[in-house]
Design a protein around this ligand. Structure first.
Ligand code: MG
Length: 333
């Protein structure tokens, strides 16, 4: 028996009946020999961790564009916080922790530069949704267009992580809720850091239910999911905590995400991405070879390929390309 087979047996003996067992995965699009050490989802987790799109998350906006302070969240640290919340919940519920972690690390790989402003820009010029793009990254874009060949369960969780999605596994549901729990709490923390909010601005009705600090609110939400989902075939919160969390999310939209101070810069980011898009559409020859190769496939239109390329850029790289194409350089002699 291999080490992988031992680990798979352990899952069968230990995990909840509602967990997805690695051995029972619906598998990959391209058949591959199994690893002798790692079960399928653990292997997927490693593939995502080692891919280039994952490393670029460190210079992609979470909420605050190109923050100067080192303590603001980036898309990478957001991803790690989501993963940690999701693993805590999965472990307590005896679900498949490797599956949850793989979905978590992959869920935002398709995010554009400049957060949702970048997403809006690409959706205006063509069609774009970051959860669909995360799936495109793992299926087509990574590994020079070959994709990571992940299991069905990880791809399902990545595609369905957004609010309206309906993941087919409890691990996917854990991720969906953990993402929301993570961003509401860390975005409040960053908004306080940025001087946009103070703790006392948060309505008392939510603080009474959830707690009076980011740490306490995170703790309340994670506990509530665990206690209400124990030995159940679905992942849910108590009504009281769910309503308070959704109220807090609405409060964040009104006061932080759509705050006019942050918005002004966002409109510039939208303009920058739109101009880059128009420029690349007219100058396809500037795309890296991998994207030129993708254009040869009849199912790929140039609009999609340019979106793939721009969505993959970090904030800094997008600014650098904008300067290169649109800002005159000083004469150097
Ligand atoms: Mg996310």
């Amino acid at each position: 028996m291999t080490i992988r087979e031992h680990l798979e047996e352990r899952e069968l003996a230990y995990q909840s009946p509602y967990a997805v067992k690695s051995r029972e995965s619906r598998g990959r699009v391209r058949q591959e020999p199994e690893c002798d050490i790692r079960p399928a989802f653990q292997r997927d987790r490693d593939r995502i961790l080692h891919c280039k799109a994952f490393r670029r998350l460190k210079q992609k906006t979470q909420v605050f564009l190109l923050p100067k302070g080192d303590h603001y969240r980036t898309r990478l640290t957001h991803t790690l916080e989501v993963s940690q919340n999701a693993r805590t919940i999965a472990k307590a519920l005896r679900l498949n922790e490797d599956l949850v972690e793989a979905i978590a690390l992959g869920h935002d790989l398709g995010h554009t530069p400049f957060g949702h402003a970048g997403e809006r820009a690409l959706n205006q010029v063509y069609h774009f949704a970051h959860h669909e793009q995360s799936l495109r990254v793992v299926e087509y874009v990574e590994k020079q267009g070959k994709g990571l060949n992940l299991t069905w369960e990880v791809r399902d969780g990545i595609l369905n992580h957004q609010m309206a999605g309906e993941p087919h596994t409890l691990e996917g549901q854990v991720l969906q809720l953990s993402d929301k729990i993570a961003y509401i709490n860390h975005d409040i923390d960053d908004a306080i850091r940025a001087g946009i909010l103070t703790e006392r601005d948060i309505p008392a009705e939510y603080r009474e239910v959830l707690g009076d600090s980011s740490k306490n609110r995170l703790n309340t939400m994670v506990h509530d999911v665990i206690i209400n989902s124990m030995e159940k075939p679905e992942i849910k919160m108590s009504k009281e905590v769910r309503l308070a969390m959704n109220g807090l999310r609405k409060f964040m939209f009104e006061n932080v995400y759509l705050n006019p101070k942050a918005k002004a810069e966002e409109d510039k980011a939208v303009g920058l991405i739109e101009q880059l898009y128009d420029y690349y559409i007219l100058h396809l020859e500037l795309l890296p070879q991998q994207y030129l190769d993708a254009l040869e496939c009849p199912e790929n239109c140039r609009e999609q390929i340019v979106c793939d390329y721009i969505a993959g850029m970090t904030d800094n790289y997008a600014v650098k390309m904008y300067e290169k194409f649109f800002v005159p350089k000083a004469w150097k002699i």
